[in-house]
Design a protein around this ligand. Structure first.
Ligand SMILES: NC(=O)c1ccc[n+]([C@@H]2O[C@H](COP(=O)([O-])OP(=O)(O)OC[C@H]3O[C@@H](n4cnc5c(N)ncnc54)[C@H](O)[C@@H]3O)[C@@H](O)[C@H]2O)c1
Length: 315
């Protein structure tokens, strides 16, 4: 073989090796394109994807807003893990039974959200009973009526232990679970939700540490949204206004003690004076917003705190 035929053979070899790397690469590119087109078609669709078979954990769901969310998401197709403190076991069992009666799977995982080990166990129970996790709703919370200058360290710590650390425990353990499952996709993101409040936008007098805790939830949600988008996980919170639950019994009693108002009038009076829509909210008003946030309709919404308050705070 002379020099020029050696050069020719070398060139053919060079091209062969180019093609041998290019061919699989072109295959990869076209598969990628097909996948991207399928994903785009899924998120460009105007229909809400079914939530059937997806699973959700809702903390503090034995009553009030959490219970209404549990029933609404079960109606949407979700299988539901009910959580609350062990003192509320009977109420949890009743909600789970009601959900089974709707043809969905349900389980109860008692846990104090301030305790990270218990939160991990709660997630473990849900995954064992209902399958891979799709949505976490950190709803559990407490309120306390107190003048800002009369707050003790213990008052402040308890409020933050439940309303902030409790939310952080649930969101962070759920995020780790979602990432390890590896099933969150751009067209089927995992969802993290938490309860904020109107007082997370404008504090109420006599609710200083409660208001601060709900501001903290908004901040945390924004951080989760930014850090977890790369894992195809969205994070949002809902901010209810004046919603008729047992929480308002505590506010009525506390405000009445400090202002002399009739406790039966506190909620109605505040609602009448503050709201554009002249009625007190019901837990189902909040559940309808959460249904959207937990559905495929909100897949492009992240880092937001959505108000549901009949028109008190305007954003
Ligand atoms: N009701 C309202 O007007 C209103 C307004 C704004 C925000 N929110 C928020 O919505 C969420 C639900 O409120 P709600 O009105 O249904 O209150 P609720 O008091 O009726 O229910 C709260 C539930 O959380 C549970 N819980 C409390 N501490 C817990 C803990 N450490 N671990 C597990 N569960 C615990 C309680 O046992 C209870 O079942 C709360 O985060 C609350 O701050 C409520």
């Amino acid at each position: 073989m002379n020099c020029s035929s050696l050069r020719f053979a070398g060139r053919v070899g060079m091209w062969r090796s180019h093609w041998s790397t290019l061919r699989p690469l072109s295959k990869v590119i076209s598969t990628d394109l097909v996948n991207r087109r399928a994903i785009k078609a899924a998120y460009s669709s105007l229909s809400r994807q079914s939530s059937k078979g997806k699973s959700v954990i809702i903390t503090g769901s034995s009553r009030g807003i959490g219970k209404a969310i549990a029933l609404r998401l079960a109606a949407d197709g979700y299988d539901v893990c009910i959580n609350d403190l062990s003192v509320n076991q009977a109420a949890c069992d009743k909600v789970a039974e009601e959900i089974r009666g709707m043809g969905r799977k349900a389980c109860v995982a008692l846990a104090d959200v301030t305790n990270r080990d218990q939160v991990k166990e709660m997630i473990g129970t849900s995954v064992r009973e209902l399958g891979p996790l799709h949505t976490m709703i950190a709803n559990a919370g407490i309120v306390q009526v107190q003048h800002v200058l009369e707050l003790s360290d213990e008052d402040f710590q308890r409020m933050f232990a439940i309303n902030v650390f409790g939310v952080q425990n649930c969101l962070s353990e759920a995020a780790k679970q979602l990432i390890s499952q590896g099933n969150c996709r751009p067209d089927r993101p995992g969802k993290l939700l938490a309860a904020s409040s109107i007082v997370g936008f404008r504090a109420f007098p006599l609710l200083p540490h409660y208001s601060a805790s709900k501001w903290a939830v908004r901040g945390l949600i924004q951080a989760y949204a930014m850090e977890l988008a790369k894992h195809n996980i969205t994070a949002n919170s809902y901010a209810p206004g004046i919603i008729d639950t047992m929480m308002w019994d505590i506010i009525d009693a506390g405000v009445s003690k400090r202002t002399g108002l009739d406790p039966n009038e506190v909620t109605e009076k505040m609602a009448h004076e503050m709201m554009a829509i002249d009625r007190v909210g019901v837990p189902e008003d909040v559940a309808k917003l959460v249904s959207f946030l937990a559905s495929s309709d909100s897949d492009f919404v992240t880092g937001q705190t959505q108000l549901v308050d009949g028109g008190i705070v305007f954003t």
